[in-house]
Ligand binder design. Structure first.
Ligand SMILES: *Cc1c(COP(=O)(O)O)cnc(C)c1O
Length: 431
């Protein structure tokens, strides 16, 4: 044992990471916002990039010795611009939530009105939840969906006309259908609002041409890098226009959005960029440029449709009746099992999902009526439609026998047999 190894230095963390690795290996990962990064992404993420301070932007840093981190950040920026077809990419946000904060900080003043989806209808906390900065520093108004769980553009338009928001947000954590970006553009223009598209969940599907892109329709597009995009935890803010070369203040206008975003990130909100993360984002973007990435994105959707079909065949009810993307919401109301109970019971069988509200949920968000399932992680692992059919049956079996521990044990064995066919990081160990 080398004392300087992780296991030598900190055996507790090494052993716990090994347990987490084995959990990831043996379980069926259906959390819609999760994925498995490549070993190449992990190598960049665990790199010496973390040692370097580089506040500022390439060629405009507050520190010396930045020539190589400049190259890294420029590669990430150039790849992001190409993949998303935008004029400008800021790759420094520490994660999705601070990236959304930066968009607010760039375009709004405290107290301004924002219109975003309600949390219980698939909005994110940063889209105007009262206990989040977005709902406490800003005047947040929330839209919901129609009774079937689809976006209701009549409601969105009438709320926009009534409240005159400065910013309208589209993009969700639990919406299983295609988003009509153009409709949001029209409504934003009708009331003179900026339009933010938050594609955190679907960025990989957009690159893989499985969902329309908002990047030339919205004023700003934000995405995390760690969901369907399959990179490290981080985020990017994409926009169109030119960055100002001077340090003078610029007016609040569409052309100036790239400048306003860059200034909001630093000096507005952040200090030194996480260069190891930037390197790993660059690697993930390089992977996303390969033809295989499109195959992956296609398969994510095929797998989601196959899982939706299997669950429906088992008698489970899906919000909107199915899915167009990588995720689905199961409405458990008629099963007598709550979302929390289902999450726990499935977890005991090593099927990992999260409880989720359903449209017009009568239960509390802490114990809602639904669960959310997504296929990106399993697709990365190599699972296909026939596996999804089996997984749908296993899920239904657990839900229909949520209190029966022998059934959950049986299913857990079947889960292990299934995942054993798809080795995950076969050479990796922390011990
Ligand atoms: C995940 C997500 C975020 C926030 O990302 P974090 O990295 O968890 O902060 C923001 N918006 C949407 C729509 C998301 O799905």
């Amino acid at each position: 044992m080398n004392k300087k190894d992780l296991i030598g230095t900190d055996p507790k963390i090494a052993q716990t990471l090994e347990k987490e690795l084995n959990r990831q290996r043996s379980g069926i990962e259906l959390i819609a916002s999760e994925n498995f990064v490549s070993q190449a992404v992990m190598k960049a993420l665990g790199s010496i990039g973390t040692n370097k301070y580089s506040e500022g932007y390439p060629n405009r840093r507050y520190y010396g010795g930045c020539e190589f981190v400049d190259e890294i950040e420029n590669l990430a920026i150039e790849r992001a611009k190409k993949l998303f077809n935008v004029d400008h990419a800021n790759v420094q946000p520490y994660s999705g939530s601070p990236a959304n904060l930066a968009v607010y900080y760039a375009l709004l003043k405290p107290g301004d009105t924002v219109l975003g989806a309600k949390l219980s209808f698939g909005g994110h906390m940063t889209h105007g939840l009262k206990v989040n900065f977005s709902g406490s520093l800003y005047n947040a108004v929330n839209y919901t969906s129609d009774k079937n769980g689809y976006l209701d553009f009549d409601e969105i338009r009438s709320l926009a006309k009534e409240h005159k928001p400065k910013l309208i947000i589209a993009g969700y954590t639990a919406y299983p259908r295609i988003i009509d970006w153009q409709k949001f553009r029209e409504i934003s223009d009708e009331v003179g609002a900026f339009f933010l598209a938050d594609i955190s969940h679907i960025a990989g599907l957009i690159i893989g041409e499985q969902h329309p892109s908002p990047t030339r329709i919205a004023d700003v597009t934000m995405t995390t890098s760690h969901k369907t995009l399959r990179g490290p935890r981080g985020a990017m803010i994409l926009s169109n226009g030119k960055v100002s070369n001077s340090n003078k203040p610029v007016e609040l206008s569409k052309e100036n959005i790239p400048t306003l975003i860059d200034r909001a990130i630093i000096p507005g909100l952040q200090g030194g960029p996480h260069n190891h993360t930037t390197a790993a984002i660059a690697v993930a973007l390089q992977e996303a440029m390969q033809p295989e990435f499109k195959d992956y994105a296609k398969q994510v959707v095929l797998n989601a449709k196959a899982l939706a079909k299997s669950l429906t065949a088992e008698g489970l009810e899906l919000v909107t009746g199915g899915t167009d993307n990588h995720l689905m919401l199961v409405d458990l109301t008629s099963t007598g099992v709550t979302g929390k109970e289902a999450e726990t019971a499935l977890g005991e069988a090593e099927i990992f999902v999260n409880k989720n509200t359903v449209p017009y949920d009568k239960r509390k968000p802490t114990d809602p009526s639904g669960i959310r399932l997504g296929t990106p992680a399993l697709t990365t692992r190599g699972l296909k439609e026939d596996d999804m059919e089996i997984i749908g049956q296993l899920i239904a079996k657990v839900i229909n026998n949520a209190k029966d521990s022998s059934i959950k044990e049986q299913v857990k064995k079947q889960v292990k047999e299934l995942t054993d066919n798809y080795p995950l990081y076969p050479d990796l160990t922390y011990l």
